[in-house]
Write a protein that binds this ligand. Structure first.
Ligand code: FAD
Length: 377
């Protein structure tokens, strides 16, 4: 009986959402997290659902995947909130992509043209028009691109609801349970070992975030090329005087810093994030905090007076091409759902849907086929 179940290694937003979908479809599922579920990258995250503002030239297939997942968000949230009775802070604010210097504007214009070419709904605003939309913007902001289709969610409420949804639907969540080894039998998975105990299962999903490539027992030839990309982030407390109602995003050309300010329902203004290749280091640095706050203050001067509630650093699971690794592997019964890098919250509904569909039906959807591990082999 237990051999029919699915074992999920890693209870971040990806593992939890797949587990929830499988459990509500009646499948036996156990999610293992060696720590607190949702406590790693999914906790540190800013919860931006912003494929339009993040458009970059080399990433069109990933952009399409992001847009698809964004379109799935309203139903995904409605289903989760109905299942659990827990709100997840989904907001359709839109993003204002702002610029200050000549360099910023040239970059902004380049992006804007590309967004238009892709048929995305965006609008060019001069400084005054941008301030009319978001009165907290500083006088230095000289132009902006309005991306009304970009949304956000409260990532912390999201993981909490997913954990509730998983258990309510009959799935099991084991926290403080480190998967120490993938247990194989010939070319197929037999289960996982946690301490002395072996859990048997029909399938194993590897969704251990930036630790996915390090699971003992995983054959070397299919280790996913995932590395940690450090992100420092700050949470400020908004006041009645400073309460922006759109997300503001500033690519500060002069210091190569990209900072966003995302107002959350609970009153936090999330200011993030650095992007650093520092291995598994999660120290906060003066430079990281300084760059974020300087850029934030430049475009939204009111942040100067806001209390700092929290500072932290998390590790994004970055793959070699920044796109997720999704689907089957050369090992029977082993499925990958990892490498979501800086878009894991955005890509959650899409990942949960297509990976659970793959597990339940054996079908690899055309949507995720280009994102298989094979592309690296
Ligand atoms: C600062 C920052 C800002 C971000 N902002 C955004 C954003 O605005 N929008 C967006 O879409 N994305 C954002 N991201 C990216 C997003 O947070 C990640 O892509 C996403 O959370 C990855 O989810 P995950 O479940 O794969 O990994 P994680 O959340 O890291 O979860 C992996 C889990 O696996 C567990 N684990 C590891 N090894 C084992 C083991 N052997 N046994 C058991 N458990 C194990 C860990 O304890 C952890 O809980 C941001 C990330 C950071 C760090």
């Amino acid at each position: 009986m237990d051999n029919d179940r699915v074992l999920i290694v890693g209870g971040g937003v990806i593992g939890l959402s797949i587990g929830w979908k499988l459990a509500r479809a009646g499948k036996g599922v156990v999610v293992f997290d060696r720590d607190r579920a949702g406590g790693a990258a999914s906790w540190a995250s800013a919860g931006m659902l912003s494929p339009l503002a993040e458009v970059r030239f080399e990433e069109e297939p990933l952009l399409r995947l992001g847009l698809k997942s964004l379109a799935m968000y309203p139903d995904f949230v409605a289903e989760l909130e109905a299942d659990t009775g827990q709100a997840v802070g989904y907001r359709k604010d839109g993003v204002l992509l702002v610029g200050v210097s000549q360099d910023d504007l040239a970059d902004l214009e380049f992006r804007y043209r590309f967004q238009k070419e892709l048929g995305l709904e965006v609008a060019w605003l001069n400084g005054a028009e941008a301030r009319a939309r978001e009165p907290h913007l500083g006088g230095q902001v000289s132009a902006a691109v309005w991306c009304p289709g970009d949304h956000q969610v409260d990532n912390r409420l999201l993981v909490a609801a997913l954990a509730t949804g998983l258990e309510k639907a009959g799935g099991t969540l084991k926290e403080g349970a480190s998967v120490d080894e993938l247990v194989m039998e010939g070319n197929r998975v037999r289960g996982v070992r946690v301490g002395e105990e072996v859990y048997e299962g029909e399938m194993v999903v590897l969704s251990a975030g930036c630790w996915s490539g390090r699971l003992p027992g995983l054959p070397d030839e299919i280790r996913p090329p995932v590395r940690p990309v450090k992100g420092q982030i700050i949470r400020l407390q908004m006041t009645d005087a400073v309460r922006p109602h759109t997300i503001v995003w500033y690519n500060r050309w002069a210091s190569s810093v990209s900072v966003y300010l995302a107002p959350k329902d609970g009153g936090h203004l999330v200011v993030g994030a650095t992007s650093e290749e520092m291995g598994f280091d999660t120290e906060l640095t003066a430079g990281g905090m300084f760059e974020l706050l300087r850029a934030a203050w430049e475009v939204l001067p009111g942040v100067y007076d806001l209390p700092i509630v929290e500072t932290l650093a998390g590790l994004r699971p970055g793959s070699r091409d920044d796109a997720p690794i999704l689907g089957t592997t050369a090992i029977d019964g082993l499925i990958m759902a990892t490498g979501h890098y800086r878009k894991g919250i955005l890509l959650t509904p899409m990942t949960a849907h297509y990976i659970s569909e793959l597990i339940l039906t054996g079908e690899v959807s055309e949507v995720i086929r280009p994102f298989g591990l094979e592309r690296f082999l």
